[in-house]
Design a protein around this ligand. Sequence first.
Ligand SMILES: O=C(O)CCC(=O)C(=O)O
Ligand SMILES: [Fe+2]
Length: 332
Amino acid sequence: MIFSTLDASLFFNGSEAEQNQFVRDLMDGFDKHGLVKLRNHGVSAQSLINTFDVSRQFFNLPPGVKMSVHHKGGASPARGYSPWSNEKTHKLRSSVEIPDAIDAREQFEMGSPTDHIFPTPWLPKSTIPTLRPTLESFYKELGSTCHGLVTAIELGLHLPAGALTVRCRPESSELRLNHYPSMPVAQLADDTITRRIWPHTDTGIFSILFHDGADGLMLEDRQNAGQWLKVESEDVTEMVVIVANTLERWTNGLLRAGVHYVAAPWTSSDVAEDGATGGVAPERFSTVLFHRPSASISVGPLPEFVSPERPAQFEDMTALDYLKAENGRIFY
Ligand SMILES: O=C(O)CCC(=O)C(=O)O
Ligand SMILES: [Fe+2]
């Protein structure tokens, strides 16, 4: 296996020596790839089943119903439903200009249940009674895991206890449900303008990701520029953690964000083995939590990572202004 799968219970419930080993392995994975996989992460298998179940129910609704909770686009934090191709993820890598590039994907985003400045629009309870309670409880569970991971990162970066966790209060993370409709594999080939999601980095501190078993997640190989690694998964309860831009900015480039995209699946029975021609890619569902700092916190480099030999590489701006600047470029 290319990527380490770490046992998070060693950090949450282990001895000091086990915690220290987990922190070393986490930092090693972040350094080598910008990605690690976790098991025993605290999110229950039942929550995942429930979440993918309501996600399927939501995306199966008629377009008009989904559009009643439409995300209006633009710079504000994404809340609600974005139909096919509304987000242009290829623009997240400003160095790569691809005219008319399309994301073959629809999505739903929610913010913290306590966020009253950018509230999440919900369907009437009668439409899918379990949608909101399931997602709010999933959000809460993910929040506990994120808190633990941020604590581990503080240790790994030799920062004082609480240095990063205080920057994540009040909670400002965003939960996204992705649905990639079934489509001919040929439409996702290298010479087309369509990807399930284009190569990009995420804007938060890190992202935690689950999918429903349909593979396709690819990560840029930092050892071989321009090459991509398949993020194979051993089981659907495995959590993928990807370093995102804010951690890169805070550490002044010490930890780098993982560039990722979703390709046609490589193992599905209904897709040719090489994944490049023929066949139909089955639909795919994923959930991503973008763990973000609180809105007013700076995403500029932390003083601990700036020195005369290593001047600040990133602008000092609030997490909200940073998110707005990115969203303004990619959401229509
Ligand atoms: O669906 C996936 O596996 C990746 C999704 C993703 O990268 C995103 O939503 O930012
Ligand atoms: Fe992403």
